[in-house]
Write a protein that binds this ligand. Sequence first.
Ligand code: PLP
Length: 427
Amino acid sequence: MANSSVFYRSASPYPVAVRGAGSYLWDESGKRYLDAASGALVCNLGHGLTRIAEAMAAQARTLQYVHGSQFSSAIYERYAERLSQLAGGGYRFWACSGGSEAVESAIKLARQWQVERGESGRFKVIARMPSYHGASLGALASSGMGSRRALYTPLLREEAFPKIPAPDPALPGLQDAAQLEAEVERQGEDRVAAFLAETVVGAADPALAPAEGYFQEIAAICRRHGLLYIADEVMCGMGRCGQPMAFSRYGVRPDVVVLGKGLAAGYAPLAGILVKEEIFAELMAGSGRFTHGYTYSGHPVSLAAGEAVLDILWEEELFGRAGVLGARLEQGLRQIGDPRVLKLRREGLMLGLVLGDPESAGPFPRPGLAARVGRAAMERGLIVYPGSGAADGTRGDHLLLGPPFNATEGEIDLICELLQSSLAATA
Ligand SMILES: Cc1ncc(COP(=O)(O)O)c(C=O)c1O
C-alpha cells in the first residue's frame, strides 16, 4: 500500500485483481475468489466474456465517440429501441455512464417537465427511507441511507427530498402506499414534482419488495397528483429479479425507469433513464431540449457492450435462469442454520440476509457483523456485499448476494458452503 499511487476507498489493504473468468476473479498472488455479488450486482454475465470485449473493440474501431449535442449514433438508435421494447415499448432512452448520473438525470427531468407544464412551483422529489440512489449530491440527498449520508448532510438540500418509509412487506400494499398521498398533502401538491423509489430495495435494505398492490397504488397516487413516478432499477432491473424489468411484476408502467449496473454487465460504464414517449414529446414540443447532459452520455463503446449483453441475455435465456438459480441459492442458504440470520429475502437472483440478535430478533446494538462476515468470506475466497444501517440509519447488518445469471449449480452450492463457514468463523 505504501508504494502505491492509488487513492483507495479505505485504509484496509486490497488484493490486486489481475483476471476474471466466469464467476471467478483472481488476484496477483493467484488466489481465486467466487464472485457471489457480481461486484455490486453489476457483472450479471460473469467475467471475461470475449464476445462482449470484441463487440466493444469493433465499435471502437468504427465510431468511438460523438458528442450528444452534435450527433446521435447508429448504435444509440439501435440500442434505445431494443431497451424500450424490453420495458414494454413506448420509452425513449437517455444514456449516461453510472447510476448516480442517471438518478440526477431523472430528478432534473422531473423538474424541467413540471416547469414546462406551467407547474414551476414543483421541485420536490419524495423518496423513501431506507433507500439508496447514488453518491452524487442530488442522488445522495434523495437516498435514505444514514451511513452514506451523515458526513455530507450540510451539502444536501433536505427540503427538496422528503422521505416516506419504505414498505413493510407484512403490511397491505395499499396501506403502505397511502403514506405517499399523505406526504404529498403535507408538502403541498403544487410543490412536488416526482416520487422516486427502488422497485426492489438494494444496498440499503437488501431485496426488500412491497406487498401486492403497493406500486399500483403508488402509480395511481402519482397520476392523481401530477407527479412523475420514477422507478430506480439500477440494481434490481435488467433481469436481476427474474424478468427484464422488476416493475413488470407489479403491472405498472413507471413514467421514468432508471437503469445502470447490469446494463453493460460491468464491461463498460453504462446507465440511463427510460422516459415515456409522451414526456419526451412534451419537452420537445415545449422548450425543445432537455437542459442537461454529460460529456460521455451515449458513449458508443458502452452502448456496444450493452447491446452484446442484451444478445447474450436472450440467446442464453438468462432472464429465466436467474429465477431458477435464485431458488437454488435460497434453498442452500436456508440450510445454513445460523440463528443470527433473522430474515432471508429473495427476488429472482437477488438475495438479502438480514443479520441480528436472535434473542431480541432485532439489530445488534452496534453494526459491524456484516462487515466482519464480509472479511471472513474474502479470506475464504468468496465475495459478498455487506451493508449496515437498515434498522435506523446506523444499526442493522445485512448481506446482499447476487451471483452472475450464468453461474453453475456447483458454484451456487459453493457460495452456500463458503458463506456458512464465514458466518461460523465470525463472532
Ligand atoms: C438502486 C441504485 N440506484 C443508484 C445507484 C447509484 O449507481 P452508481 O453507483 O453507478 O452511481 C445504485 C448503486 O448502488 C443503486 O443500487
